[in-house]
Ligand binder design. Structure first.
Ligand code: ATP
Ligand code: MG
Length: 383
């Protein structure tokens, strides 16, 4: 089997292109390491060649690969007009058999010695399909199937194929540390940064026994799901029970959530610096909940100097949910296990915390030693 991959934004990146291409190739090979698949790069195209048995795995990998605009299973043949037309007919017939009714042909020719030019391939190909597959019609404006012919080192003939995930290959933009909760938002945030080429480490703050082992398993599962796009995730679990108890003992009730967020950020930053992560990533979205008003976000980030990326900041919940559904994390995110913050959230949280007050209250918590112990006792796993 041969699959043809179309790089997306890669082609726009001039000088860097070779580098991006080699990262994409490396990622693909890693994803396919347990198969017989080979990856071949030519100018502007990638090909994956594998035996029948690996087809399903290859297609699954291509559906999760960040950095391609699209892919299609392609037929290959010698560069003769008869062979190419015969392949066009085969693609047209397969489409018709699946209920398709309209098509058009597109052609690209890098080998100029082929006897037909692009226009000739389109018209002869169209004629051959119309003659051999009665019932199929040409529609140049909105065809059900686009049959593409590419004449390169050999001839490639393929149907519309599937859309790729676009973006830039993971590993081309450093690593970031994702604050991953069991909710809907943070897995989407991780996916969005991975699709800009960023490698993802994750940290989960656990509050056992107030949050159950199931809650943690759910986060591990979410890390695995996002990891399918981000070439894996290294997940650190940090026990925050003592930190939460300290906050409950010493802070005014309305402030507990904001102070807990500040502590998470400070702890995450320390971890990020040790791991070589260049930024923090959260699933925050402006004003979605009390802790995410612009004033409270200002408090939350006031202890941190690393950049904090919030890819969902301007998105509404509907759009975030749709995205969670398309990347396949939604079902897991809505499983019922309690989040540590829900358990400790006050009935009347401060809505517009003042950063200076936040700083003073935070100092009074004297969390230094607790945070250091929490990091020392953290656990790390590869998802
Ligand atoms: P999510 O759906 O991602 O849980 P949310 O809408 O529930 O987000 P919050 O609970 O206010 O919002 O959390 C805001 C962000 O803080 C989350 O998106 C996540 O990045 C981080 N966060 C919250 N709780 C935790 C946790 N227990 N461990 C790690 N990160 C967390
Ligand atoms: Mg949450």
């Amino acid at each position: 089997m041969t699959y043809l991959l179309k790089p997306g934004e890669l082609s726009l990146k001039g000088e860097n292109r070779k580098n991006f291409e080699s990262i994409l190739k490396r990622n693909l090979l890693t994803m396919l390491r347990l198969t017989d698949a080979r990856v071949i790069m030519t100018t502007g195209r990638f090909f994956v060649i594998c035996g029948e048995a690996a087809a399903e795995q290859v297609e699954d990998a291509l559906d999760h690969l960040v950095g391609i605009a699209g892919w299609a299973k392609t037929r290959t043949c010698e560069k003769s007009v008869e062979a190419v037309l015969a392949c066009c007919v085969e693609v047209g017939r397969a489409f018709f058999d699946q209920g398709g009714r309209t098509f058009k042909i597109e052609a690209r020719r890098t080998d100029k010695s082929f006897p037909l030019d692009s226009y000739g391939i389109r018209s002869e190909g169209g004629r051959a399909v119309l003659e051999s597959v009665p019932g199929l019609q040409v529609d140049v404006h909105s065809p059900g199937e686009i049959i593409t012919v590419e004449i390169r080192e050999q001839a490639y003939i393929y149907g519309t194929g599937r859309k790729g995930r676009r973006g830039l290959p993971v590993g081309s933009a450093g690593r970031g540390l994702l604050l991953l909760s069991g909710g809907i938002d943070s897995p989407v945030a991780g996916y969005m940064m991975a699709s800009r080429g960023m490698g993802i480490d994750a940290v989960y703050f656990h509050a056992y026994p107030y949050t159950s082992e199931e809650a943690r398993n759910k986060v591990v599962r979410l890390a695995e799901l996002v990891g399918r796009y981000s070439m894996g995730i290294r997940l650190t679990t940090i026990s925050f029970t003592k930190v939460q108890m300290r906050i409950k003992e010493r802070a005014p009730e309305g402030w507990t959530t904001v102070l807990l967020r500040m502590a998470m950020m400070e702890c995450a930053e320390t971890l990020a610096r040790r791991r070589g992560d260049k930024c923090l990533i959260t699933g925050e979205s402006l004003s979605q909940v009390a802790s995410q008003t612009i004033e409270n976000i200002t408090c939350t980030e006031s202890r941190v100097t690393l950049p904090i990326l919030r890819p969902l900041i301007g998105m509404d919940k509907e759009a975030i949910i749709r995205m969670a559904e398309t990347i396949g994390t939604y079902e897991t995110s809505i499983l019922p296990y309690e989040d540590c913050c829900v358990l400790f959230s006050p009935p009347h949280p401060i809505l517009r915390g003042e950063a200076e007050t936040a700083g003073q209250l935070y100092e009074q918590l004297e969390l230094g030693a607790l945070l250091e112990t929490a990091i020392r006792e953290s656990t790390l796993e590869k998802c």
